[in-house]
Design a protein around this ligand. Structure first.
Ligand code: SDX
Length: 427
């Protein structure tokens, strides 16, 4: 017999169907609730609410599991590349050699930016944050590349155009912000090598593409490629549910990711570490400030809505710190601080009781600093990585027959009915 949930409310018994996912996740299907009882559910932050069915990414927050289309991220980080992982997320399959070659050719063909887009950058205030520029530029792509056909082949090209150009846009934002000449993509370089070259090439010292840095960037982007229904992915799905074009839906995702509680945390972690370093705060003081609800200080890079154990991505990122710093033979004083903070927090009762562990952002800033990426570009790097995940989620949402325009309900807590008061009769 099919399992059901029974709800007794106002003396009536309501039977609600249960839904079970492929990994045994269970849900109560409440789609008939309001019609049957007049009641809605209440779940600010949606921490207990399933917004969709999805076959893209599986997370187990208690066991620290993360898989893309069933493939563990540990295996993808070790054996795959970001382009191959993007293909897996968007199509559901790992590419054949032929498919991967064709994808790489398209990514190269699509890598230059429309020349008129450069004028956009040049008219931005010089200190503009690159995330604001990126969100605007991705939205502007709708105007520069209007061929948004719903023919699958054309849409696949749109996905590849986005993945290729976001990298060029990011590097261009950095170069123009420094007043340096823009470096164009090179057809002889792979995705990550091209990005590093566009960021750091100079006529004085031509950039040497280091294979270990290319590998580290691939791993960084793979670890960020998708994370099921997080804040920015939900933004992409919600905005996309109104059937706006994909560029505008993705631009909303970039804006949502910018927040310091979300993708902006990698920049916030390094800002926190630099403050600790410059003010000479002790680890003990930091832990005590983080525990104090009256103190706005939070241990950035710690805690997660889903992971109640160590974020599996943070484990890989932490290992990368040692590899990359020993490669460039540079010590980073912030690494010592971050490791001491982790040790102290993991042994502190407050953090243990609240199941607060390092998340992907805790170590990622150290890795990016070691690659020479400036702090205000950290969240842009997160966006480059997350783009294939957003595209896969948008594509799944648009194709899902169960999905409708997202329009939640509310509990009204405002004024009861009152008449209009003419201005001369007001107090
Ligand atoms: C990302 O969702 C995703 O999948 C996101 C992401 C992805 O890949 O898309 O994984 C990427 O966004 C990672 C998270 C990056 N953010 C940070 O590192 C910012 C610091 N972390 C917190 O702000 C917080 O942990 C969140 C935002 C990550 C999660 O917030 P929740 O789930 O709403 O938890 P909460 O704020 O309700 O905290 C529960 C308790 C609270 O204490 P009480 O009110 O119960 O007394 O834990 C405390 C919080 O005060 N707490 C912290 C803390 N995080 C939570 N206390 C100190 N330091 C922290 N970092």
């Amino acid at each position: 017999m099919k399992e059901v949930a029974k709800l007794v409310i106002d003396g009536k018994e309501l039977t609600l169907p249960l839904i079970e996912g492929s990994q045994g996740e269970k849900a109560i299907d409440i789609r008939s609730l309001r019609q049957e009882t007049g009641y809605i559910t209440f779940d600010p932050g949606l921490g207990n609410t399933g917004a969709c069915r999805s076959s893209i990414t599986y997370m187990d927050g208690e066991k620290g599991i993360l898989r893309y289309r069933g493939v563990p991220i540990e295996q993808l980080a070790e054996h795959s590349t970001f382009v191959e992982t993007a293909f897996l997320l968007i199509t559901g399959q790992l590419p054949t050699r032929d498919e991967l070659t064709r994808t790489s050719v398209y990514l190269n063909d699509f890598s230059p930016l429309h020349e008129n887009m450069k004028a956009f950058y040049q008219n931005y205030p010089p200190k503009a944050h690159p995330m604001g520029i990126l969100s605007a530029m991705v939205n502007a792509m709708r105007s520069f590349y209007p061929e948004l056909l719903d023919i699958e082949e054309e849409m696949n090209k749109t996905y590849l155009r986005l993945i290729s150009k976001i990298r060029t846009m990011a590097a261009m934002a950095y170069r123009i912000s420094k007043g340096e000449r823009v470096v164009y993509p090179r057809p002889d370089l792979c995705y990550c090598a091209n990005f590093l070259n566009m960021m750091f090439d100079s006529v004085v010292i031509p950039y040497h593409v280091d294979k270990d840095l290319v590998k580290a960037l691939n791993v960084f982007l793979i670890l960020h490629a998708d994370h099921e229904q997080n804040c920015s992915t939900t933004a992409v799905r919600v905005v996309g549910s109104g059937k706006v074009n994909i560029y505008s839906a993705l631009s909303a995702g970039i804006s949502a990711l910018w927040g310091p509680l979300h993708g902006g945390a990698n920049q916030a972690v390094v800002n926190m570490l630099e403050r600790i370093h410059s003010e000479g705060l002790t680890v003990k003081e930091c832990i005590s400030k983080a525990r104090d609800r009256n103190d706005p200080f939070r241990l950035m890079g710690f805690g997660h809505r889903v992971y109640k154990t160590y974020d599996p991505r943070a484990k890989i990122m932490k290992k990368m710190c040692d590899v990359i710093l020993s490669k460039i033979r540079r010590k980073d004083p912030l690494l010592d601080i971050v490791q001491e903070l982790e040790d102290a927090a993991l042994n502190d009762s407050y953090f243990k009781e609240k199941n607060l562990y390092p998340n992907v952002d805790f170590y990622s800033g150290i890795v990016l600093r070691a690659m020479g990426i400036p702090t205000n570009m950290f969240t842009v790097m997160f966006a480059i990585g997350r783009l294939p995940g957003w595209i896969a989620q948008w594509k799944e949402d648009v194709a899902d027959p169960e999905m409708r325009i997202t329009r939640p309900r509310q509990i009204y807590s405002g004024n009861l009915k009152q008449d209009y008061i003419p201005i001369d009769d007001r107090g």
